[in-house]
Design a protein around this ligand. Structure first.
Ligand SMILES: [Zn+2]
Length: 96
C-alpha cells in the first residue's frame, strides 16, 4: 500500500515503490525522462494533480522556490486535496 516519505505519496505497483505524483503525471502525459524531476507548481509535495506538475531540473526547482509568488502557491494549494486524490489514483490505478 501507499505510504509517506518526505511528504511525498508513494504507491506500490508491480512490487515497485513509485512516487505517486510521478505516476499520476505519467498516466496523464506519458513517460517522464528518467533524469527529469517533476516540479510542483503548487509546492505541495503530496499533490498528484497532473496540471500542478511540470518536468524540469533540480536547478529550476530551486529557482522556483525563490521566485514564485506566495499568493499563487496558496491559491493552487487550496485545490490540491492530496489525500483524496492519492487515494483515487490508488483505487483506480489511473487518474480518474
Ligand atoms: Zn497541487
Amino acid at each position: 500500500m501507499g505510504g509517506r516519505k518526505n511528504g511525498y505519496g508513494r504507491l506500490m505497483v508491480d512490487g515497485k515503490s513509485l512516487l505517486a505524483h510521478r505516476l499520476a503525471y505519467a498516466l496523464a502525459n506519458g513517460p517522464i525522462p528518467p533524469e527529469a524531476i517533476l516540479r510542483h507548481i503548487c509546492d505541495v509535495p503530496a499533490c498528484v494533480r497532473p496540471d500542478h506538475l511540470v518536468p524540469g531540473t533540480h536547478e529550476e526547482n530551486m529557482r522556483d522556490r525563490k521566485t514564485r509568488k506566495r499568493d499563487l502557491r496558496r491559491n493552487l494549494a487550496e485545490r490540491c486535496d492530496p489525500e483524496v486524490r492519492s487515494l483515487l489514483v490508488l483505487a483506480h490505478g489511473q487518474w480518474p
